[in-house]
Design a protein around this ligand. Structure first.
Ligand SMILES: Cc1cc2nc3c(=O)[nH]c(=O)nc-3n(C[C@H](O)[C@H](O)[C@H](O)COP(=O)(O)OP(=O)(O)OC[C@H]3O[C@@H](n4cnc5c(N)ncnc54)[C@H](O)[C@@H]3O)c2cc1C
Length: 382
């Protein structure tokens, strides 16, 4: 019982999907439990993903990318989620940071950073959140002060995905604290040997164990003025607002793949598990619960497919992207909870994928903008 192929996946994308699935199953999945234990991936997986063409598939070939478009990022995102391959965040690297650089970067920035991101030489992260500012991004206090041909950056970021390994970090900072949203800019730091750049601990999370979520600190860290993203200061907030809908779609796509995987796994489990002399699946409660879960996942897919068609036509609005993120992450939590219950005690064991899906699902309602903020965005669109 696998999901039907979505209309936005043409034959070329289906071939790309097949190749991605095979690579992820062979080269990523076998390491996930070890990465979870060490709380970060092996650095070499990034180079292997680059060599396999799974990094920056949507970037133009002239910048070392795969020459595709957002649907290629979407495919990678879904295949990683389906395989429970959460270690390297390709969403942040390829589908978020690379798009910021492509859209707002100068020609020199694109030529410098994108090819090295596409081959895995640079691992990318985006640093918005701070210890005292997450939902309310205007309240960030990281400060970038221009001094001649340099910016001097001071501040602290937290919850940064890929943060422990990142070689390239997009930093959201205030360049003019008096100007509100218009005083926010994005600066790009290459971290190797950069004085004043410091990583904190890898944060101990309840799920997404193999993903290196870290704190970052900037102490009089100097960046060339050429590392500003965009032609002038003060455009950071607008850049974030333009890119966040795409980020929310990636979360929706990943959680959709997880829902479908949870239903598939639970169907297989309940068919072989015997209770009271019959397969668990034959009990009406099991059949009804799985019927409900499958219905929810099918409805979610129809909505996500509709959103994807809008993305590819350049018509996805921020409020509809927020609906997709809100609906899919909430529904995913409901589905994995029901599916875990049907696994009984085995569902609570980390060796069963459903247990990992359960703990990984929870963050979907928090990151990428919390679901309360998604409701605000939906309401603003009414
Ligand atoms: C695993 C993980 C990875 C992450 N990766 C990154 C990353 O790579 N880069 C990055 O910059 N950030 C990252 N984040 C941070 C994430 O985006 C924030 O946690 C999120 O935006 C919420 O901010 P906060 O944690 O500061 O919560 P707060 O903003 O303090 O919110 C606390 C609670 O209040 C609610 N709330 C806040 N404002 C309102 C409102 N106006 N109306 C109603 N309710 C409200 C929130 O919904 C939430 O329930 C990550 C977080 C996690 C957990």
């Amino acid at each position: 019982m696998s999901a039907p192929r979505s209309a936005w996946i043409d034959d070329d994308l289906a071939m790309f999907q097949d190749a991605a699935r095979r690579f992820i199953e062979a080269e990523v999945v076998p390491h996930e439990l070890r990465w979870a234990a060490q709380t970060h991936v092996d650095r070499g997986i990034w180079n292997a993903l680059g060599a396999a063409g799974l990094l920056c598939p949507a970037m133009p070939e002239e910048y070392g990318g795969g020459g595709g478009h957002f649907a290629h990022d979407a495919i990678v995102s879904m295949e990683m989620a389906r395989a429970l391959a959460i270690g390297p965040s390709l969403n942040v690297h390829s589908a978020i940071v690379a798009h910021y650089i492509l859209r707002y970067g100068s020609e020199a920035q694109k030529r410098s950073w994108l090819p090295r991101m596409a081959n895995g030489e640079l691992v990318a992260a985006i640093a918005m959140s701070e210890p005292a500012a997450g939902s309310d991004l205007k309240a960030i206090t990281t400060r970038a002060v221009r001094q001649g041909d340099r910016y001097v950056v001071n501040g602290a970021k937290t919850f940064i995905t890929n943060g422990h390994l990142a070689d390239l970090v997009c930093i959201v900072a205030k360049t003019d604290p008096a100007a509100g949203a218009r005083g926010v800019s994005i600066l790009v730091a290459e971290t190797a040997g950069l004085p004043g750049f410091r990583r904190g601990r890898i944060l101990d999370k309840i799920g997404l164990k193999g993903q290196d979520t870290a704190e970052l600190f900037f102490d009089d860290m100097e960046l060339p003025v050429d590392n500003l993203l965009g032609p002038q200061e003060g455009q950071g907030f607008a850049q974030l607002m333009q890119q966040l809908p795409q980020e929310r779609m990636l979360i929706a796509l990943g959680t959709l793949a997880t829902m479908e995987r949870a239903v598939e796994d639970t169907l297989a489990y309940t068919r072989q598990r015997q209770v009271f002399g019959q397969p668990l699946f034959d009990l009406q409660n099991t059949r009804f619960k799985l019927a409900e879960c499958r219905t929810k996942a099918t409805v979610a897919r129809a909505f996500v497919d509709d959103c994807m068609a809008k993305v590819l036509r350049g018509e996805l609005s921020g409020d509809v992207a927020a609906m997709a993120k809100l609906w899919c992450t909430q529904t995913n939590c409901e589905i994995v909870d029901e599916c875990l219950q049907l696994h009984g005690g085995y569902g609570y064991m980390t060796e069963y994928p459903i247990g990992r899906m359960y703990v990984n699902a929870r963050v979907g309602k928090i990151y990428g903008g919390s679901n309360e903020i998604m409701k605000e965005l939906v309401a603003r669109g009414m």
